[in-house]
Ligand binder design. Structure first.
Ligand code: RTP
Ligand code: MG
Length: 141
């Protein structure tokens, strides 16, 4: 299996709950390594650009409003099969459907405020990592 890098965001609801450490501990316990990290308060422009693929969806405005409602922690995770592994750790988009023991099942209550983001494919991961980090902010492989 390939060593991959994926973009993870701890969303404003989870930051507000003081869950940053517990969430990062789950990544690390699952064998994913944090190779870059920063805390940011996203502007509407930055959040809207990040979720540009959802621009025409009915929930877009609420999504941008939520993502700009407080600080987030953005990190790059590296490891074997990191993209799918992170998505498994996160659980389903709607926390009501998320499997027990997943991050969204344990830290999120609603589909709008669902604790974490994770890239959903190698192409998304590449775009999303570059959206938040310059080459010199990433630890060398
Ligand atoms: P994310 O991009 O944040 O990791 O979440 P995801 O892949 O599991 O879900 P995605 O389909 O990419 O949707 C992005 C975010 O938009 C919100 N959403 N709301 N009300 C709705 O039907 C709805 N659908 C999606 C969620 O907060 C989701 O995380
Ligand atoms: Mg997504």
């Amino acid at each position: 299996m390939a060593i991959e890098r994926t973009l993870s965001i701890i969303k404003p609801d989870a930051v507000a709950k003081n869950a940053i450490g517990e969430i990062i501990a789950r990544f690390e316990k699952a064998g994913l390594k944090v190779v870059a990290a920063k805390m940011l308060h996203l502007s509407e422009e930055k959040a809207g650009g990040f979720y540009a693929e959802h621009k025409e969806r009915p929930f877009f405005k609420d999504l941008v409003g939520f993502m700009t409602s407080g600080p987030v922690v953005v990190q790059v995770l590296e490891g074997e099969d990191a993209i799918a592994r992170n998505r498994d750790l996160m659980g389903a988009t709607n926390p009501k459907d998320a499997a027990p023991g997943t991050i969204r099942a344990d830290f999120a209550e609603t589909i709008d405020a669902n604790a974490v983001h994770g890239s959903d494919s190698p192409a998304s991961a590449e775009r999303e990592v570059a959206y938040f980090f310059s080459a010199d902010e990433l630890c060398p492989r």
